[in-house]
Design a protein around this ligand. Sequence first.
Ligand code: CA
Length: 222
Amino acid sequence: MRLLVVEDDKDLNRQIVTALENAGYAVDKAFDGEEGLYLGETEPYDAVILDLGLPKVDGVAVLQGWRRAGKAMPVLILTARDRWSDKVGGFDAGADDYVTKPFHVEELLARVRALLRRAAGHATSELVCGPVRLDTRASRVVVDGNPVKLTSHEYRLLAYLMHHQGRVVSRTELVEHLYDQDFDRDSNTIEVFVGRLRKKLGVEVIETVRGLGYICAAPAKA
Ligand code: CA
């Protein structure tokens, strides 16, 4: 899952980005409304954290710009305390959720998880595909009840496929959603990661669809 954080307060931006990265997400960052607007219009994010008080272009205008451009990713806005009108303006502009500053980073993480799974049509924080269970709260994976240790890239790959299970996901889509913009992206590496992931899981839940990509599906019962 790839996220964008638009926040002009450098310390807060760093704090949010670090927490999200530690939780296993690929994260891009912007420090003003203009940069944020551009990134949100041109890159495919799974969710965005958007401050409303931003230099150059304010947050509500950024959000309106994305929605006008047909960008439907979930957006969580950061608002100042006691500014109820900000929240109303944000929701009217197309926000999906909000957090009031100052906030606990755990709350932000929980809200982001909820946005991501709702956007993918899941009701709970645990995703299940056959014998594989992925707990998005603890970033843990279990196969037939046994914990499996994955690297952050392998976890991201599996989480993305499991959020979108039953649908073919192309290699290009994976590259766009698993890495931040600074990463040296190469779609060949996806194949390598899928190979390692399959080996670690030890069960057939990731199928290759020749020429199209991959699909996560529960294995047929033998
Ligand atoms: Ca601000």
